[in-house]
Write a protein that binds this ligand. Sequence first.
Ligand code: GLA
Length: 707
Amino acid sequence: MHDSILRLQSCAVDVVIKTHPFTEILYWGPHLAHFSPQDALSLARPVANGRLDVDSPITLMAEPGHGLFGAPGIEGHRQGLDGSPVFRTVDVSLQGQALTIVADDREAGLRLTSEITLDTTGVLVVRHGLTNLKAQPWQVERLAVTLPVAERAREVMAFHGRWVREFQPHRLTLEHDSFVLENRRGRTSHEHFPALITGTPAFSEMRGDVWGVHLGWSGNHRLRAEVKTDGRRYLQAEALWLPGEMAIDQGETLWTPRLYASYSPQGLNGMSQQFHRYLRDNVIRFPENKPRPVHLNTWEGIYFNHDPAYIMRMADEAAALGVERFIIDDGWFKGRNDDRAALGDWYLDRQKYPDGLMPVIDHVKNLGMEFGIWIEPEMINPDSDLYRAHPDWVLALPGYPQATGRHQLVLNLNIPQAFDYVLERMSWLLGEHPVDYVKWDMNRELVQPGHEGRAAADAQTRQFYRLLDTLGQRFPHIEFESCSSGGGRIDYEVLTRCHRFWASDNNDALERNTIQRGMSYFFPPEVMGAHIGHHKCHATFRQHDIAFRGLTALFGHMGLELDPLSVDEAEREGYRHYAALYKRWREVIHHGTQWRIDMPDATTLAQGIVSDDGGQGLFIVSQLQMPDYTLMMPLRLAGLEAGARYRITLLDHPNIRLTGEGGHTMRKLPAWMEVPQVVSGEWLMEAGLALPVLDPESAILIGVERV
Ligand code: GLA
């Protein structure tokens, strides 16, 4: 048996795979220092009474033909035939830590090619390709990646969400059957982020064994955590296809999206740190390796009211505040005065911009800033010249009326003329203007998406990729942001072709604390757009002082989302201050290791980022609500060098001066805030640092520096 046992290894994680006669993942866990293939025999299972007389493996493709009985990894047929394939390995090739396994089912006329790669970061990447070997098409209902996890993974964590409240984690204990997360909205979605985490009971940020998976796909998806009746467990993830949507012709291969998986014995932080490192090493590619510039995006400042003279004054002020990239949002194209009309008419609005865009762009660039612009290429308003000329260019099924969303319909990019039209218009915009940055929006869901009468959500997603790929190749110097009503299209596949995410349309600092924390499980700070919004938040009407807003925007890619001309000097001073603070620390924030810290009081969120050499760390403590306890418990820092000594500095301390005055929660500061201290890394991590008692909706920023 042990001839067919292979191991993929990294410093922290190993995966042991049996390849013959069919492929089974036997182990996915900590790196094994003393492994030898014959050890795997110890796992050969007994056969239980009262069921099949043979062993039923959870194979790589989870075929029911092995007597699996749980959720299969493959479903489909050829007009009712060839519907229960069982694959036998025909070829195995291992190159470094990348394994390719080819398996056939001659009866069903199908071939399965599986790619399993273990990255040095410990992240496992898996995808399957299904090839049809027979003459008639094979109708694919489902094709999933299945990963067995250890039986001790009894709890599941997933994310729910909605527009302006994305990435909200929830937890459950799973003892039987399955937990399923399905997305049918046609984009990655605010509601069902394609990820599942499972772990040992009460796994936390710092503790527990954790197995997390993310499906890199920007369309419909299904993820499942399953407990078999025999106690074995697995995670499964797939693109979700609508009825009749997917078929493969003879010789054709259908690839699943990639499943990214991270195991860590060091809690959620370990899982996230591996994902972050993986993305930094393999996926995130900025056209130029420069610090992430401070943005000003005009949307919440002026909405559709574009007046070039005023915009240029905004740019003057932005530059004076330290902004490095100025982005004109929605409202620049012909007839776009509100959100009811003009999507699709990608021509400059000459009434608003009689002299073209160049005066504004030149002005922005002369101020030393980069220039960015908003587009929403996949959409069409019924009230547009494009729709009047081509009403049949809508992604729809004939005979059914289409509901609009935000007054708009989806442009069917599967129609070559429609695709070429958008490509031509985008090429005009990006080719004839010195644009550095594009905010690419996508503001509605797909309902009955159809092309030539057939469901076409998958095809539309692929056309979106093709459009972005083509533009990325034509304009390699341009950075693209994936926005989708903020937060609606955030995943690893779109990240292979974009450079930033607009995390949420909600700039309320209180809400942002949980949204950004949720996003941090899978994405590092440098790709997370985080803006300081108006004093009175436009999404919630909650009011926050500049300190809480500024500090909350610090641990991402910072920007301003407002009109700096319409606020008083104290506000502006705040923008200047936080832009400068961000610039001083962005090297650490965007390259260091992120730690979310377990706090005993659920009303407190704490996190930090430590530079890779352990020399510098930045920690933020955010108090969301009235604390449960009268004292805040010590902050146990993480990621420091145990033997080194660190100088602790309070870098930003909003309102802390109000100490002792009536109505506030604290009388006397912790000693270190009055008398500077130098403390060992070990002590800071094991014993901690006393925290001041913070008021609700405030935060403090602590710096540590090795002496
Ligand atoms: C979406 C985006 C916003 C803004 C508007 C413009 O809602 O998420 O940031 O660009 O569209 O219409």
